[in-house]
Each structure stands twice: as structure tokens, then as C-alpha cells.
Design a protein around this ligand. Structure first.
Ligand SMILES: C[S@@+](CC[C@H](N)C(=O)[O-])C[C@H]1O[C@@H](n2cnc3c(N)ncnc32)[C@H](O)[C@@H]1O
Length: 196
């Protein structure tokens, strides 16, 4: 069975590729066409610079689940290249703030550059892990996440972190991959099952 570090390294390598070679063939849909298929407003996606959306790798539209309000603080777990963070930054406006967290340095670098290109001053990005967020207690009105929980090895710990950073009355809006069938031990042990 692979160690936790081996699994994390595989996940990291996979998303370094999405960040740095978005036009190379990937094993999952990504980029602007995928975002539009997942229910994002096409005008909103087309309104972003191409470099911002090329590494989008989400599996749904968490911001579509409930409106975020002007002035809100939003934390984006596994923000990737920052599409949801940048869209959230537009919605929360100058009195609001968005904090994107991703474990892959290349994604954090790209999200930071993307926010600059998109002219968004109220989004910041930090390298960190979902089960150990670099975010203070009770500081977020909304936590969003898109396609990340399925990659997290200790899901209860991630949910505990979400609970820790949310203000009372805050909410989690997430999109992820769910399996309809029981996952067998063999499948869990199968090499690459986590990240390939
Ligand atoms: C499927 S991509 C989605 C990226 C982004 N949310 C989007 O919609 O484009 C998953 C992202 O989660 C990050 N990630 C995976 N496991 C993580 C973890 N345990 N903590 C923080 N980030 C993680 C990856 O580096 C990658 O950028």
C-alpha cells in the first residue's frame, strides 16, 4: 500500500502538470469548455482572461449553490489556478476578501498571477493543506471547494478545519466527486487509485 507521502506526491505532480501544461492531454476535463459544461455562466467565463481559466479543474460550480454577499470573507480550499476565488472576489467586492489555499506551489503561483491579470486586489493565495488551513479561527463567512475533498486523505479532519475557520452561521459550498457504490479494500489499495 502506498504511504501518505507517496499519495500526496502523486496528487501534487498531477496538479503541477495542470498548472504548468494546461494544453497537454489530461485525464480529466479542464479549462473554459469544462467550466461552461458544469454550469458556470458562459459570459462570466468568457469575461476572464484566457490564462485564468486554462487550468480550471473543478467538477461543479460551488458559487452557484448560494450567492455570496458583498463584504463576505470567502476561503477557497484547493483553489487551484484561482477561477472560483477570482469570481468570488468579484462578488464580495472591495469590502470583502478571498483567501485561496492550495498544497501545490505552482497552483498558488499561478492563482496569484491570475488575480493580478484579472485585476482583482482582494484575493490572496497561500500554500497549505486542507487539513491544516493557514486561516484563523472563525474568520470565514463562506468556505468553497471544488474537486478537492476526493483528493484529501483524512476527510473528517478537513471538515473539522472547515468548521474551525467558519464564523457561526457561515456555510460550506462544495462540489465534488461521489461514488455511488461501496469502495472495496482492493480498490483502495490499487496503486494510483487516489490520483491517476
Ligand atoms: C481538481 S483540482 C481543482 C482546482 C480548483 N478548485 C478548480 O476548480 O480549478 C484540485 C486542487 O486541489 C489541490 N489539492 C489537492 N489535495 C489538496 C490538499 N490536501 N490540500 C490543499 N490542496 C489540495 C490540488 O493541488 C489542485 O489544485
Amino acid at each position: 500500500m502506498e504511504s501518505v507521502n507517496e499519495i500526496k506526491d502523486k496528487i501534487r505532480r498531477r496538479f503541477v502538470k495542470v498548472a504548468t501544461c494546461p494544453t497537454a492531454p489530461q485525464r480529466h476535463p479542464h479549462g473554459p469548455a469544462s467550466a461552461k459544461k458544469l454550469g458556470y455562466d458562459p459570459a462570466e467565463i468568457d469575461g476572464l482572461p484566457a490564462v485564468v481559466v486554462e487550468s480550471f479543474a473543478g467538477v461543479g460550480n460551488p458559487l452557484g449553490l448560494h450567492p455570496v454577499r458583498p463584504g463576505d470573507t470567502v476561503v477557497d480550499i484547493g483553489c487551484g489556478a484561482g477561477v472560483d476565488s477570482i469570481l468570488a472576489a468579484h462578488k464580495v467586492g472591495p469590502s470583502g476578501r478571498v483567501v485561496g489555499v492550495d498544497m501545490t506551489a505552482e497552483m498558488v503561483e499561478k492563482a496569484t498571477a491570475n488575480a493580478r491579470v484579472a485585476g482583482v486586489p482582494n484575493a490572496e493565495f497561500h500554500q497549505g493543506e486542507a487539513d491544516h488551513l493557514p486561516v484563523g479561527d472563525g474568520t470565514a463567512d463562506v468556505v468553497i471547494s471544488n474537486g478537492v475533498f476526493n483528493l484529501c486523505l483524512d476527510k473528517p479532519k478537513v471538515l473539522a478545519e472547515v468548521y474551525r475557520v467558519l464564523r457561526p452561521g457561515g456555510r460550506l459550498q462544495m462540489a465534488d466527486i461521489l461514488l455511488g457504490e461501496t469502495v472495496t479494500d482492493d480498490a483502495v489499495e490499487a496503486k494510483g487509485a487516489w490520483s491517476d
